[in-house]
Design a protein around this ligand. Structure first.
Ligand code: ATP
Length: 467
């Protein structure tokens, strides 16, 4: 499936609309429709359930988008959080030099990388030299003439209060993680968690991306689901943080496959080589998904050592170290950071679920979501309109427990297909004969098989199916 087909499918089925459409849109902004907002909510809840609710060593936080600007100076985002920007001289297209090189390496199989390769942090002159030596072309027009590379800051600025001078300038957060670090001491004090423990957070982040695109893969406003997992540092327990990193890689991978239902052949790990690692990172791995445009990062899992807590401790002069009550040792913990974009995860879930079924001469689309993530779990469809009172009584019963859809318009077969298109795993057909015997027919989206179920047993039936 090409991405443009997914954009059109998502738009016409109420998942994702072009943002500000009635005013001609706003470039690369998207609104989540009735199905998309439910799907996103289910993915978020599945993540919270797997990584917070089911784990005694995890807790949740919801910190502000707007923070003291010093947070971003200390974290190195102000000044340091930038991408290497260049323009194609022929078609004027804006390009990210590091991404152009990554695409070249991926498609050509050339495993030589620029000197001191560190992704977007590679020295610009090394990127230029590499692009020239390899004769890399503009992906839009094929020209080989580019402007010099310049660093483009990704932070969104805004101002707080009535004046708009430099003193009132603040930033929209470019990641949720820093909110966890600056609240570290409070969380330890109030949650009484002992190392190793982790803090999870879901929320909006903003980056003034140079090359947003590929639908919701890269946008300027997006949601992140981040975890900071604090463990013993190298000086206290040598190698422990690396074990922890390896365990998080496994947990994130298993979540994608077992909980969300992503096919393993569409996923791969990409470990960052020593050149690409940030100077403070002991290990970083990405889980990548095979998107229609090629492999792309879905989930970054980084061992950030004690860099962030150490930097905030030094700058704020507050004690952000941890006292281990069992060993009486005081230290700054190391941290493992698994970070995934919720919008990217939703896109992956949709691409993974999309399927087409041959019906005679024509094909119809079906979204094979796992029941637990499907936006709507059960459709209630009276066989004929005059059974609407009976059908609505079943809707009232089930909508207490599950998100349901009610539809009485059109032939029953067409209504089943409409439900398949939005990925509803089960449809109930209400007919008078069965209803008189206090039962209904349940159709399974994936197999098309139908079974008769007592109305009193429906809630339990759908629970057992994982709705
Ligand atoms: P990239 O190399 O694609 O720019 P990144 O390495 O800067 O990504 P991180 O800072 O590690 O990304 O962010 C963690 C996760 O947040 C990413 O794996 C991705 O799922 C998501 N993410 C990052 N930037 C965006 C964006 N602009 N739009 C949507 N999701 C994003």
């Amino acid at each position: 499936m090409e991405m443009k087909d997914m954009v059109s499918y998502a738009g016409s089925h109420g998942f994702v609309y072009q943002g500000s459409e009635i005013y001609g849109g706003l470039a690369n902004s998207w609104d989540y429709g009735p199905m998309g907002s439910l799907l996103k909510e289910n993915l978020k809840n599945a993540w919270i359930k797997a990584f917070v609710q089911k784990r005694a060593d995890m807790t949740l936080l919801d910190s502000s988008i707007l923070m003291n600007p010093q947070v971003w100076i200390t974290s190195w985002h102000v000044g340091g959080f930038s991408d290497p920007l260049m323009d194609c001289r022929a078609c004027k297209q804006r390009l990210r030099a590091d991404k152009l090189i990554e695409e070249y390496a991926e498609t050509s199989g050339d495993d030589e990388m620029p000197k001191e390769w560190a992704g977007e942090s590679t020295p610009p002159e090394n990127l230029t030299q590499y692009i020239n030596e390899k004769g890399i072309k503009c992906p839009f027009c094929g020209a080989k003439e580019f402007t010099d590379i310049r660093k483009f800051g990704l932070m969104f600025k805004t101002s707080q209060g009535v004046t708009e001078d430099s003193a009132s300038q603040i930033y929209l957060r470019p990641e949720t993680a820093q909110g966890i670090f600056i609240n570290f001491a409070q969380i330890v004090r109030t949650s009484r968690r002992k190392v190793p423990f982790g803090v999870a957070q879901v929320g909006k982040a903003f980056r003034n991306e140079i090359t947003p695109g590929n639908f919701v893969f890269r946008t300027r406003e997006f949601e992140q689901m981040e975890i900071e997992y604090f463990c013993e540092p190298e000086s206290i327990a040598p190698g422990k943080h690396l074990e922890c990193h390896a365990k998080w890689k496994e947990d994130c991978w298993n979540f994608l496959i077992d909980t969300i239902g992503i096919r393993p052949e569409s996923l791969r790990f990409r470990d960052h080589g020593p050149d690409e690692l940030s100077f403070y990172s002991a290990a970083t791995s990405d889980i990548e998904y095979k998107f229609p445009f090629g492999w792309g990062e879905l989930w970054g899992i980084a061992d950030r050592t004690d860099y962030d807590l150490g930097a905030h401790m030094k700058e704020s002069k507050q004690d952000l170290s941890y006292f281990d009550p069992f060993t009486n040792q005081k230290y700054i913990p190391y941290v493992i950071e698994p970070s995934v974009g919720l919008n990217r995860l939703m896109l992956v879930t949709m691409l993974n679920a999309y399927d087409e079924v041959e019906s005679g001469e024509w094909k119809r689309a079906i979204l094979r979501f796992k029941p637990s993530v499907a936006p709507v779990k059960v459709a209630i469809l009276p066989l004929v309109k005059k059974l609407s009172t009976e059908a609505k009584s079943v809707y009232s019963l089930l909508s207490e427990h599950f998100v349901c859809e009610y539809d009485e318009a059109g032939a029953i077969g067409k209504r089943y297909y409409r439900m398949d298109e939005i990925g509803v795993p089960f449809s109930i057909c209400i007919d008078s004969e069965n209803f008189e015997q206090k039962q209904v027919t349940v159709r399974d989206r994936d197999t098309g098989t139908q079974e008769t179920v007592k109305i009193d047993d429906l809630v339990e039936f759908f629970r057992k199916k994982g709705c």
